[in-house]
Each structure stands twice: as C-alpha cells, then as structure tokens.
Design a protein. Structure first.
Length: 93
C-alpha cells in the first residue's frame, strides 16, 4: 500500500494492489481525529450512521476501542448514492 498526502493537507489517498475485480469493493473510507464529533455532525444532518464499534478478540465489538488507539474505532453509514462509508479515528486530541 502507498499513502499519498499532499504537503500541508489533512487528506490522504491510499493506493493498493487488490486481487479482486475492479469495482468489487463498494465502500469508501475516511479517517477523522474526533469520531464523536464526526458522528454527531452527520447525525445532526440527518444521516443514518451506525453506532461506534471496534474489533476485539471475538471480532466486531460495540463501542469505541477501550484505549481509543489510533485506527481502532469506527462507525459506518451509506450515502444517497448507495456508497458504503467506513469512518475511522486516528490522532484523537
């Protein structure tokens, strides 16, 4: 995987080799530094977002990661075009 972040930008694009057929993954992912604020903002705009979750020894678990480690807490939603979004937290302040 290669992650590209323009100088001074808070946005990155990740590129990777995928063995699946093009167009096979119907989702997009974004990383935010405050998962609570992002979830609240989307809910406030009428978006039906999932509850937060993380992955533990037993698979997907409810709630954010107990330690709030970078890249370990998520929520998801679907946009009006049917795209599935996964929102992940990193750099929590």
């Amino acid at each position: 995987m290669v992650q590209l972040t323009p100088t001074g930008s808070a946005c990155s694009i990740a590129l990777m080799k995928n063995p699946d057929v093009a167009g096979h993954m119907p989702g997009l992912q974004m990383v935010v530094n405050d998962l609570d604020a992002a979830q609240s903002e989307l809910r406030g705009r009428g978006v039906d977002v999932s509850d937060m979750f993380h992955f533990g020894a037993g698979g997907r678990q409810p709630g954010p990661d107990p330690t709030r480690a970078d890249f370990a807490s998520f929520f998801s939603f679907e946009d009006p075009d049917g795209n599935h979004w996964l929102v992940q937290e990193a750099g929590r302040k």
